[in-house]
Design a protein around this ligand. Structure first.
Ligand code: AHM
Ligand code: MG
Length: 336
């Protein structure tokens, strides 16, 4: 059978056997994310109808108020992962604290924790522009049989076991890595299955797209300002093209396919940057590196940063390797 006809379910099973000591727990976990993403996708696709439904009465069948999509996605992922009893803890961008999963019969025997941004790109939700889900999976570091602690979540990105994203775009795709390259699966909505459409995804080493919110330009560090000017210079392959959706997942996805760089630097408004190390930067960095790209805060590899709190923010520069190298060079030469 051609790899391209393979469903995500088949791919997960086939690859599970290639992991040494695999107990199937990670496969079951990715399977649950796949399922929750399908349910969220269904809801995201109906988003434009909410006003019409709302006009007829804005409560659902249970008499509850219509939920906001990001809250809905958060609940769906947490419910699915909790009910299936395959993780010992979850941390979500939407929750203040991590959630301990304690099932009586299993008694904290699950070994993975999940960190998730259930619906990223919130400013795009109401305007029919792509949004995404980002997830990151670690093996717990505290002993089995005990409740998870903050330590299990505050691990360096380099310790990730798997990471991925779902982009709810013109088609819905799930892209993930378990540390053996990056594969992308497209949802066939008629059948409800994801098919391997983008095997072994790779960032082109170079690119000509830069993605940054230039509205913040005057607040950016000098290194970033100079790099943006470099991107705009009329020399050689330049000027580059500017593309910014404002949904990290979509900007990243396009850049990985076409070659480009995404930047969310620090600014006076966001002195540590805007994006979250654990829910957004680490998983995207893991995928980027697995696809031959690079992710940095301007000076340090993202996955080498020691996290100190769950909702920590960092500056984020990610994409085609040569472009990130160049941006880092500008940062090094223009320290403030
Ligand atoms: P969110 O988690 O509140 O949705 O914020 C993250 C998003 C990213 O997807 C996106 O790249 C960035 O914020 C856009 O920010 P801005 O509107 O400041 O350019
Ligand atoms: Mg987010």
């Amino acid at each position: 059978m051609s790899k391209r006809n393979q469903t995500l379910g088949e791919f997960i099973i086939e690859n599970q056997t290639s992991f040494k000591y695999s107990s199937g727990e990670l496969s079951r976990l990715i399977n649950s994310i796949r399922l929750a993403a399908k349910v969220v996708n269904h809801e995201v696709n109906k988003a434009g109808l909410v006003d019409i439904i709302g006009a007829a009465g804005d409560t659902n069948i249970q008499g509850e108020d219509q939920q906001k999509l990001d809250v809905y996605a958060n609940d769906k992922f947490i419910q699915t992962l909790t009910k299936r009893n395959i993780v010992c803890g979850i941390a979500s961008e939407e929750e203040d604290d991590f959630i301990t999963i304690n099932s009586q019969d299993e008694n904290h025997q699950n070994k993975y924790v999940v960190l998730i941004d259930p619906l990223d790109g919130s400013s795009n939700i109401d305007v029919n522009v792509s949004v995404g889900t980002i997830f990151s999976i670690y093996r717990r570091v505290t002993p089995l049989g005990t409740p998870v602690t903050l330590e299990d979540f505050l691990q360096k990105g380099s310790a990730q076991v798997a990471a991925g994203y779902v982009v709810y775009g013109t088609s819905t795709m799930l892209v993930y890595t378990t540390g053996h390259g990056v594969n992308g699966f497209t949802l066939n909505p008629a059948i409800g299955s994801y098919y391997l459409s983008h095997p072994d995804m790779q960032f082109p080493e170079d690119g000509n797209i830069y993605s940054v919110n230039e509205g913040n330009y005057s607040d950016f560090p000098t290194g970033i300002k100079k790099y943006i000017k470099y991107c705009q210079e009329d020399e050689g392959e330049r000027p580059y093209t500017s593309r910014y959706i404002g949904s990290l997942v979509s900007d990243f996805h396009r850049n990985m396919i076409k070659g480009g760089i995404y930047m969310y630097p620090k600014s006076t408004k966001n002195p540590k940057g805007k994006l979250r190390l654990l829910y957004e930067c680490n998983p995207m960095a893991f995928i980027a590196e697995q696809a031959n790209g690079k992710a940095s805060d301007g000076f340090t590899r993202i996955m080498d940063i020691e996290p100190t709190e769950l909702h920590e923010r960092v500056p984020f520069i990610c994409g085609s390797k040569n472009m990130v190298d160049k941006a880092e060079e500008f940062m090094r030469n223009n320290k403030e």
